[in-house]
Write a protein that binds this ligand. Sequence first.
Ligand SMILES: Cc1cc2nc3c(=O)[nH]c(=O)nc-3n(C[C@H](O)[C@H](O)[C@H](O)COP(=O)(O)OP(=O)(O)OC[C@H]3O[C@@H](n4cnc5c(N)ncnc54)[C@H](O)[C@@H]3O)c2cc1C
Length: 408
Amino acid sequence: MSERQTTDVVVLGGGAAGMMCALTAAGQGRQVRVLERSNKLGKKILMSGGGRCNFTNLHVEPEHFLSENTHFVKSALMRYPAHSFISLVESYGIEFEERKHGQLFCVHSAKEILAMLEAECLALGVQFQTHCELSQLDALPPGPTSPERFVLRYTQQGQPIQVQCQSVVVATGALSIPTLGGSDQGYQLAEQFGIKLVPRRAGLVPFMLTGELKDFCIALAGVSMPVTAHCGSQVFAEDMLFTHRGLSGPVILQISSYWFPGDTLTLDVCPALDLSDWLVTRKRQKPSQTVVSALAEVLPRSFVDQFLGIYYPKFISVKCAALRDQQLAQLGQNLNQWQIKPAATEGYRTAEVTLGGVSTDALSSKTLEARGQPGLFFIGEVVDVSGHLGGYNFQWAWASGFCAGQVA
Ligand SMILES: Cc1cc2nc3c(=O)[nH]c(=O)nc-3n(C[C@H](O)[C@H](O)[C@H](O)COP(=O)(O)OP(=O)(O)OC[C@H]3O[C@@H](n4cnc5c(N)ncnc54)[C@H](O)[C@@H]3O)c2cc1C
């Protein structure tokens, strides 16, 4: 026999968006229960930003988000801007620092952000339940007297529980990193209520290469260099890291969100210089210098060795003077526009986000409430909104959680 209970709001998922929604709704005087499937709240917060949580960004603009509807984020980001979260962080005396591109990180630990959210929730009477498995969510037929619109059946550590509520907020996150709670239950619930899903794929994720390019990366594993990466019309300038599987580093994670299987990446491995001009000039200035040592002045030596080894083996011990201007210009151009075709991404196993998800067409941009189902909300990463690297994903979680929490 399951115990029957009532509450105003049930939030499914105790991650970043769920906790922000819970504390906002509780702040409006609502009785809120958060159901978390795993043994702990906010696991991704703890892992984020290398344990320092890049919790927002000083330059939050809609251009930093991917969605089928690029205007959708505007309302929530205006209603809960970065400085609102920064004020909350400051009110807890949490030390933070600005790193490059306006990224804000905790100075000490991501644990402080999680502790702050938990403290806010608990002070406002939010009820947390971990180890919860949702069995069923049903909409109740509208009744003349009862305000409850949903009934949820779930188990907590095997114990069946039934709760009726006015609002259900789906904050179950997405598919990335299953060990940190990634789940597809939010999508299943959307489908159950006839809500369209935008196809999902891994974003902010390293690339895997095959064949000689993989060997190239293995030989350079650990080497990092500034590059400009282009894919289609999108371009990012940041550091790239060679790994034992392929390519990673901030620039690769950023461009991966715009990459589709079969696409070619163009990497400028020396964005500060036009290497065609530079090599031809170098030949005039230092004709007896080898091509390798000339290039090693502006690129990591190990990269130059590998690049020439695979694409220009005949140039390896050749002096600049021994090559025609046109050959040097071609080599320079190939370095400024190195074209590679990744075999695949590393997928959800290591992706920071899931692109796609619950279609924004089905949701109010002001409240995140499902248009056809009053009282049902979708927030955070489960929605078809994903941010660039740099604190944008948490800002979306805070902003969407806040907007839903105000009316749930
Ligand atoms: C390694 C890593 C580092 C990251 N670093 C950053 C960063 O520094 N800055 C940044 O902006 N973004 C970062 N991100 C992205 C950011 O963590 C996510 O965008 C954000 O956590 C999404 O918030 P959410 O609440 O929607 O989902 P989540 O934080 O994933 O929370 C969802 C919660 O729902 C629970 N859940 C799932 N299914 C159910 C269910 N059926 N019933 C009940 N509970 C359920 C999960 O266990 C989880 O606790 C990082 C991501 C990863 C993986």
